[in-house]
Design a protein around this ligand. Structure first.
Ligand code: ARG
Ligand code: ZN
Length: 480
């Protein structure tokens, strides 16, 4: 009771930061109603997200006034619903200062705890299942910081300062939970959403984002506003936003979308990108065709890459893979393209299940090599040797340090190979296509894949996957 009235006070205090609109804030409900925001309960990141919250769409208006710096400002309208009554909304947000929060257009009390990374919002009445609400958050300032134990960089909003003849740039690199450094979100892959993203940039700059470009209009002082629509739901960490002096290169559409529809093709190269960096991307169309043959229709309306100059990991940002100059090769491009199905369309129920992304994306590297006429045995042998040299573990991760380790990628890929060698390639193709087709409407787990494997391919395949998923040791080399 005591802590709940403190929270009520804190919520009140938050509203006093609002200076922009002199509108009266609605009266607060009894304090007891304010204490029930439960996180999703991720086993690796227990504080992320809100249980029972379902964000359907983020409509984002972002202004990047000085590319290359970490400041940004914007307004986001979240269309939300709930799977259980929610007396408060609790969004993940480390990022810029909150200026103003509105619930269906009316000022709403809020509290922004930038240390905890939570923006708590008080609706006029609880959000109930079957009802929709539009929540508007206006923000401005420096992006939040989210260090990654695995990487020399912070994840989230990247600021690339001007250097030599290179202009300043910005981009998102958010896996696993960096989107909350610049946007209030339900930052968990189990709550994918659609996005409308408008980005306003200064003269000479181009913005690119996940989805199909819908408009490009003039903004003050020679700037431009670019609008992108991502009409299929994607996890928050897969949202791409890029600001740079880009050359956009369009290529022929590839008819591998749902029901044979065209997938638009565009890549974004920073002005001055070398020819050998660009060369890798001429294979994108062919990669889409080969992977769509194995996995089923490409899930989105556009695909391509945005090239970035810092040495960071490549990332499977939806419809627009984020590709460092240093990773501009076919193998990495195949890997990120495969993630469009595994990670972006099929989403994780829990971060401990990330091998379901990385194992399938790594396996795609073998499928591509074989489509180029290679036998691929050397690749599988190489994987097995690598797995043997590193510490192994069951596939479901138990710590943050394990998320992107050799087990997730290499043992994950070998587990799929262990399934493949129990059947013929036609059956294996049907298996991969059936996994994507049958499981993209709800977040997936290893238990789902095990059950699906048994029903689809039988006991031998099921037992093979189970051994590779669960054995503390590295299982024997998979052979027919
Ligand atoms: N999913 C990315 C890839 O394999 C790797 C991201 C690594 N992220 C990290 N926080 N360590 O394509
Ligand atoms: Zn990957």
């Amino acid at each position: 009771r005591r802590s709940s009235s403190l929270l009520a006070l804190a919520l009140l205090a938050g509203t006093q930061g609002q200076t922009a609109t002199p509108t009266a804030v609605p009266t607060l409900p009894p304090p007891s109603a304010l204490i029930t925001a439960q996180p999703i309960g991720d086993s690796i990141f227990p504080a992320l997200g809100q249980a029972g919250l379902d964000v359907l769409n983020y409509d984002l208006d972002l202004f990047v006034d000085r590319p290359g710096r970490s400041e940004l400002r914007g307004t986001v309208v979240l269309t939300v619903t709930a799977t259980q009554p929610l007396p408060v909304l609790s969004l993940d947000f480390l990022g810029p200062q909150v200026l103003d929060v509105r619930w269906e257009g009316l000022p709403a009390p809020y509290r922004h705890d930038q240390t905890a990374g939570k923006l708590t919002i008080q609706p006029p009445q609880p959000l109930r299942p079957g009802t929709l609400a539009r929540v508007t958050v206006r923000f401005a300032g420096k992006a939040g910081v989210r260090p990654d134990p695995d990487l020399p960089i912070d994840v989230g909003w990247q600021a690339v300062p001007a250097q030599g003849d290179r202009v300043g740039a910005n981009f998102t690199l958010s896996e696993p939970d960096g989107t909350r450094t610049f946007l209030p979100v339900n930052d968990h892959p189990s709550d994918p959403a659609t996005f409308t993203t408008r980005v306003t940039v200064p003269a000479g700059y181009t913005a690119a984002a996940s989805g199909v470009e819908r408009a490009e209009v003039a903004a003050p002082d020679g700037g431009r506003t670019f609008t992108f629509e991502q009409a299929q739901p994607i996890p928050t960490y897969t949202l791409a936003i890029h600001v740079n002096q880009f050359e956009r290169v369009d290529a022929a559409a590839v008819p591998v979308g749902v029901a044979g529809s065209d997938v638009l093709r565009r890549d974004y190269f920073p002005v001055g990108t070398q020819a050998d960096t660009r060369a890798a991307y001429t294979s994108t169309g062919e990669i889409l065709k080969v992977l769509a043959e194995w996995f089923g229709p490409y899930p989105f309306s556009a695909y391509g890459s945005a090239i970035v100059t810092p040495r960071v990991p490549a990332l499977e940002t939806a419809t627009l893979s984020t590709m460092p100059v240093t990773s501009s090769n076919t193998r990495v491009l195949v890997h990120e393209t495969a993630h469009q199905w595994f990670g972006d369309q099929l989403t994780l129920a829990d971060w401990s299940e990330v091998w379901l992304n990385e194992g399938f994306a790594t396996y795609a590297e073998l499928l591509w090599a074989q489509a180029q006429g290679e036998a691929g045995e050397d690749i599988v042998r190489g994987w097995y040797a690598r797995a043997g040299r590193s510490q192994t573990r069951p596939l479901v991760a138990t710590s943050e340090a394990q998320l992107f380790d050799t087990t997730a990628y290499i043992r994950g890929a070998l587990a799929l190979h262990a399934v493949r060698v129990t059947v013929d390639d036609a059956a294996f193709k049907g298996y991969l296509r059936g996994w994507v087709a049958g499981f993209h409407n709800r977040p997936v787990t290893t238990a789902d894949l095990l059950a699906y494997t048994r029903t689809r391919l039988g006991a031998t395949a099921g037992a093979a996957l189970r051994l590779w998923a669960e054995s503390p040791e590295l299982p024997p080399f998979p052979q027919r």
